[in-house]
Design a protein around this ligand. Structure first.
Ligand code: FAD
Ligand code: FES
Length: 259
């Protein structure tokens, strides 16, 4: 069943350079219990913005029926979204996709959450739910530079948090993979979301671990009908097997898809 509603904007503000925090309300938030799922936003009804834009669920207040999304102003869809005001509505489809498996980590175990740039938001709702289940969380969050950093305090309130910037302008300098090694972080499960080169480096380095990766592939329909988001299955020499990121993912276990 397609889940769609006109969400009402409660709040929209800038939290870092070109990064917006958007909070909306709808009864559909009651269904947003799985971290790592995404929403598909029809920004407005103009003809040049026919395609919906996929944005991850960052946080949900089920009781008050609100959902928070964080997004980077990128192309014309997100630019136009950033102009919306409290009280305006957005046509939203979702929650969509399969999120991070919480049950992969048991009470008392440690989960390492690794985010890169605009892949960081879904990890916040994941971290909240893991801590509620008695899992110890550690975060390694990578950004280009200091002005792009967001949600450091929010993540720090849940567990140890390392901020990494590519240029060293804030936190540790380098890539998230460097910091995991330098700090000798040990963990039982790793959950990650971010740019493909980062996911690929983690998949190579931690192939033997319990690792779940969330892909942010380009999408069309978001519901499995258009094949815009397909990726190949690892080890398939016939090149005929594929997964749809929108309906089979966006979260996949290590080694399932070619990055
Ligand atoms: C599952 C998923 C979760 C995402 N979560 C977030 C998030 O929480 N915050 C955030 O800022 N961004 C997120 N993205 C990326 C976001 O969807 C794109 O940045 C956004 O669609 C760009 O739209 P635009 O109109 O600004 O850019 P344009 O370049 O004008 O978009 C043109 C078309 O390309 C698609 N597109 C462009 N870039 C991407 C991309 N990287 N991924 C998927 N489709 C793209 C758009 O949907 C649109 O159909 C997510 C993507 C996916 C697939
Ligand atoms: S976006 Fe259409 S099949 Fe995945």
């Amino acid at each position: 069943m397609i889940k769609k509603d006109l969400f009402i904007i409660m709040k929209q503000e800038t939290i870092a350079e070109n990064i917006m925090e958007l909070t909306c309300t709808s009864p559909l938030t009651k269904q947003m219990t799985e971290p790592g799922q995404f929403l598909h936003l029809r920004v407005d009804t103009s003809e040049d913005l026919l395609l919906r834009r996929p944005i991850s669920i960052c946080d949900v207040d089920v009781e008050n029926e609100t959902v928070t999304m964080l997004y980077r102003i990128d192309g014309k869809g997100t630019k136009r979204l950033s102009l919306k005001q409290p009280g305006d509505t957005i046509n939203i489809l979702g929650p969509l996709g399969n999120g991070f498996p919480l049950e992969a980590t048991e009470r008392g175990e440690t989960a390492l959450l690794v985010g890169g740039g605009i892949g960081v938001p879904p990890l916040y709702y994941l971290s909240k739910q893991l801590t509620e289940r008695g899992v110890k969380v550690i975060h390694v969050l990578g950004f280009q530079n200091q002005v792009n950093v967001f949600y450091e305090n929010e993540f720090s309130a849940l567990g140890e948090t390392f901020i990494v910037t590519a240029d060293g302008s804030y936190g540790e300098k380098g890539f998230v993979t460097d910091v995991i090694k330098q700090k000798d972080i040990s963990f039982d499960t790793m959950y990650t979301c971010g740019p493909t080169p980062m996911l690929s480096a983690l998949q190579t380095a931690y192939r033997e671990k319990r690792l779940y990766l969330s892909l942010e592939e380009r999408m069309g329909c978001g519901v499995g009908a258009c094949f815009a988001c397909v990726c190949h299955v690892e080890g398939d020499t016939t090149q005929t097997l594929y997964r749809k990121v929108c309906t089979d993912g966006p979260v996949f276990p290590v080694g399932e898809v070619v990055l």
